[in-house]
Structure formats: structure tokens, C-alpha cells
Design a protein around this ligand. Structure first.
Ligand SMILES: [Zn+2]
Length: 159
């Protein structure tokens, strides 16, 4: 028995989630991106965790590379919520350039004080837009198919 690495998920489930993220990314036009599914869930007090979300993405600017992590309760959530969360994080990839531009260019022009107030509103509008896109898009994509739990006495060897 291998040691479980991911909180709230078996190794087989974690592997399946990685395959699902890859499949979703390909279907959503992100074939040339690389995704690393992280073992550790996002910290709850982390400001970059989407509010009330079950997942988080950290995109490395200009590299088409991103870390994705899910919360500890992810496996027990409704499948359509799981799909929506993954879809939401992947939509972020398409809009990352826009997000980075505001961070990297506009911040200097505005000055820190104006930036802080303005960015709060921008962030909310940005997240709402991503959520609306993800809501509509996710319905067109399949739900994750979690692996069947292994039979304890080992009779079922097919899994
Ligand atoms: Zn988001």
C-alpha cells in the first residue's frame, strides 16, 4: 500500500484528477500548456485563492505553465461543482495576459494607493466574468469519472 500524498484523495483519485485536468485543458484550447497538479491544497487565508472556490491556479507568466491545486473537500463535492472549479481555473489561462498587463503595467502608472482601490473592483469584475464563462462552458464538458474504490479482500483484480 503506497502512502497517500494528497489530503482528501487517494493516489488513484489524484492521478485521475490530473488526467481530467489535462483532458479539460485540451478541450478548452490549452493544448500547448503544461499543468502541474499540486499535492498540497491551497491555504485558506491565501488571498489568491478564489473566494469560495475549491481550486486555485498559479500561472507562471509567459511560460504557458501553471500549478493547480484543489481544496481538501474537493473529492466529496458534487461532480458538477468539481467540473466548474476546474473549468474556472482553466479559463484563467486564457485571460492571464490581460490580468498580468494590469498588474505589471497599470500598477506603475496608477501609483500604489490608487491601484489598491481600483484593483479590488477590477478583481471582482474579472472573477465574475471568468465565473460566467466557466458556468456556460463547463456544461458542454464531461464530468470527471472517479476510479472505482478497490475491493478490500482483493478479489477484484481488474481495477
Ligand atoms: Zn478565479
Amino acid at each position: 500500500m503506497t502512502k497517500q500524498k494528497h489530503p482528501g484523495m487517494t493516489n488513484a483519485e489524484f492521478r485521475r484528477l490530473g488526467e481530467y485536468v489535462r483532458w479539460m485543458a485540451d478541450a478548452m484550447g490549452l493544448r500547448d500548456w503544461y499543468f502541474n497538479l499540486k499535492h498540497s491544497p491551497p491555504l485558506r487565508d491565501d488571498e489568491s485563492v478564489d473566494k469560495g472556490a475549491g481550486a486555485r491556479i498559479e500561472i507562471y507568466w509567459g511560460k504557458r505553465y501553471a500549478d493547480i491545486s484543489v481544496c481538501e473537500e474537493f473529492r466529496t463535492m458534487r461532480p458538477d461543482r468539481q467540473r466548474q472549479f476546474i473549468c474556472h481555473e482553466l479559463v484563467h489561462c486564457h485571460l492571464d495576459h490581460l490580468d498580468s498587463l494590469t498588474d505589471n503595467k497599470l500598477r506603475d502608472h496608477m501609483g500604489e494607493m490608487h491601484w489598491q482601490g481600483w484593483h479590488m473592483g477590477f478583481d471582482l469584475a474579472f472573477e465574475n466574468a471568468i465565473d460566467a464563462i466557466a458556468d456556460a462552458w463547463a456544461r458542454k464538458l464531461p464530468l470527471i469519472s472517479w476510479p472505482k474504490p478497490k475491493v478490500k479482500n482483493g478479489r477484484d483484480k481488474r481495477a
